[in-house]
Design a protein around this ligand. Sequence first.
Ligand SMILES: Cc1cc2nc3c(=O)[nH]c(=O)nc-3n(C[C@H](O)[C@H](O)[C@H](O)COP(=O)(O)OP(=O)(O)OC[C@H]3O[C@@H](n4cnc5c(N)ncnc54)[C@H](O)[C@@H]3O)c2cc1C
Length: 403
Amino acid sequence: MTTDRDEGRRALVVGLGISGIGTAVALARAGWRPVLIEKASGRRSGGYFVGLFGAGKSAAERLGLLKNLHDRTAFDGVTYDLDRFGEWRGGLGFKDIPGDPWMMLRGDVEQAAFEALPADVEIRYGTVPTAIEQDSNGVTVTLKTGGTAVTERFDLVVGADGLRSTVRRLAFGPDERYLRRLNYMIAAFQLPGGLDTLPLHDGCTLLEPDRSLWVFPFVDHAPTVLFGYRTDDVDAEFSEPPAVRVRKAFGPEPTGDMLGAALEALEATDELLFDSVEQVHMNTWHKGRVVLVGDSAWCVTLYAGMGVSAGLAGADLLGSMLGRHENVDRALTEWERRLRPYLNYYQQLGVQQTAIFTPNRKQITVRRAMMRGMRMPVTSTLLRIMRTHNKSGRMKEFDIARA
Ligand SMILES: Cc1cc2nc3c(=O)[nH]c(=O)nc-3n(C[C@H](O)[C@H](O)[C@H](O)COP(=O)(O)OP(=O)(O)OC[C@H]3O[C@@H](n4cnc5c(N)ncnc54)[C@H](O)[C@@H]3O)c2cc1C
């Protein structure tokens, strides 16, 4: 006779992003039987530029997906600091980023995680949870696919369904309780090729007070673009098409060539991420047998540069803890206790680093002074030493999911 334990306990993982696929890989490794559901009708591809730091690389290695990834950093490229009047200055390069990130696209990580998923893991597309009820022995979930609803029983439910998580809403309460708007908007997309006269392996930033354009190059892929701007009225930003709002944010003045080309590319793209930048703050990420992983639990925002790494680390450690502790509550409590100090730190970074991505007037002045300093040999050496000993670099590289 086979028992439930022989077949592995059954977990519902909601969301086929990096955190969800990573969690399914980790749970299968721990002897659980994950069932993955995704509201979209199929897998996504591509996406935007992401940096994978040490915390994510170590987790990816243990999950068996690092071998499916490679660093796309364009080391031979330069990142220029431009203005709309056509002036180009040498800006910060990849070697100036604290830590030792691998540059890639979000879709690279999703694909690598998908390839590491055991073939017998069940995946249901076009499926969402509509009700979650739990008792001490398990969780009863109503799942809707098209017009059909079914009710199933699981030993664990993992919400890896992103910033506006349905699992969080059903099990922990409404978004207003947990989401904190940083009052920035972003528009991110892939270019079909190079942008205007910018060489393919070079990047650029065009920073004006409270609005910015970034072009991220890759060594073996077309660049991606990131527009960002500050707003006092996030809701109004969704009242018109994204390209209209971004153009308005950059004002009526002539755009110049590079900004003009980027705005045209934005108007032409058919795959765009346009959203407000928000963090998720919760006192606890688990309740009984329901747990949140990734952006749904702690969204640190793109400004921290740690959403992917933290999602993989959270998934990896969750699998380790559930493999170690038979008691689910104990596993989840231990998992959260280990992760929380790092996530608190990444969230602080997410707020502080708005100054890097979309600086205000004063922050732009400080940045320009710093860059002038970097061109002088003595200051440059000093700044490089500071970078090597930089706390954020160490915290991003540290293997936070080591069991
Ligand atoms: C422009 C940009 C740049 C970034 N740069 C970096 C970076 O450099 N480094 C870094 O580490 N991170 C970066 N991030 C953050 C990182 O991309 C995210 O933190 C990470 O991808 C979150 O993954 P996730 O799986 O938790 O959530 P998501 O990627 O949001 O995935 C959630 C999944 O759940 C599905 N879903 C949603 N609702 C439901 C439902 N009701 N039922 C079923 N499925 C559902 C969605 O369709 C999706 O597939 C960046 C983000 C942006 C926007």
